[in-house]
Design a protein around this ligand. Sequence first.
Ligand code: AMP
Length: 260
Amino acid sequence: MEDLENLKAAIQGKKILLFGPPGCGKGNRSRDLEALGLVHVSSGIVLRAKVCDEPDSELSRKASHLMERGELVPDDIIVPIIMEHMNGTECRTNGFVLDGFPRTKAQSDVLFSQAHIDFVLYLDVPRKFLLYGIVEGNRRICVDCATGYSDFDPPKKESVCDRCGGKVITRADDNIKIIENRLALYDEQTKSFLPDIASKANVEILPIIVSDEEVIDDKYLKHLKGQVYRVETDQGGRARMLNLEGMRNRLYNLLAEKFM
Ligand code: AMP
């Protein structure tokens, strides 16, 4: 597709930060950006890989204990790991999409003092959907490539990743109690410094909610049990939500407007 090739060329080398609460779709948007050539740098994936590769190290024991409870890993552990990735040749050549970092103001200060971020995408998703999507929508993730699924967007074959054939599992920290803790931490420690980020970089909201007035093909909307799914918004109204394909299109359109 010619437009996609042009978009790839236009965003080559860009440094994009995805910002938003747990369950807002940062992982899948990262996949979409990876498909355009950016390197996916996910603090959660990097930490899970460290714990898996070196289970007996002190760092892994400390990190896994905190991750299981939905607590944040200390800045002095996560900051050097992420900065090392970002400063590697692959990220410097291709550009990257940062997912799950920064989560504290201290992490943000280090990031913005050391890197020029071209663009911050804020994925603002209604709170009701975050809980519903993760817990009742039964969120699951590919252990190999971290593609996310749920009952809204299930893999074609249960437990097998459409993208890479890897095993699709439910994350141990995706249960209601831990999710509530992760969301509370997001509100306290992460969302609070978004205004500071907005003073340093260009922040844009990726709108993934579709009002009833907006005309859109049903095939771009989330369905559950054959019906278009409606979510309660934070303002109390109801709206439809884009599915994976709809979100990808919207993301690519936004990037094309910005960079082409
Ligand atoms: P995620 O896959 O992004 O939801 O991250 C899973 C877990 O890893 C989080 O609940 C935290 O325990 C830890 N973690 C990931 N990123 C960070 C970060 N930037 N700062 C501190 N802890 C993090």
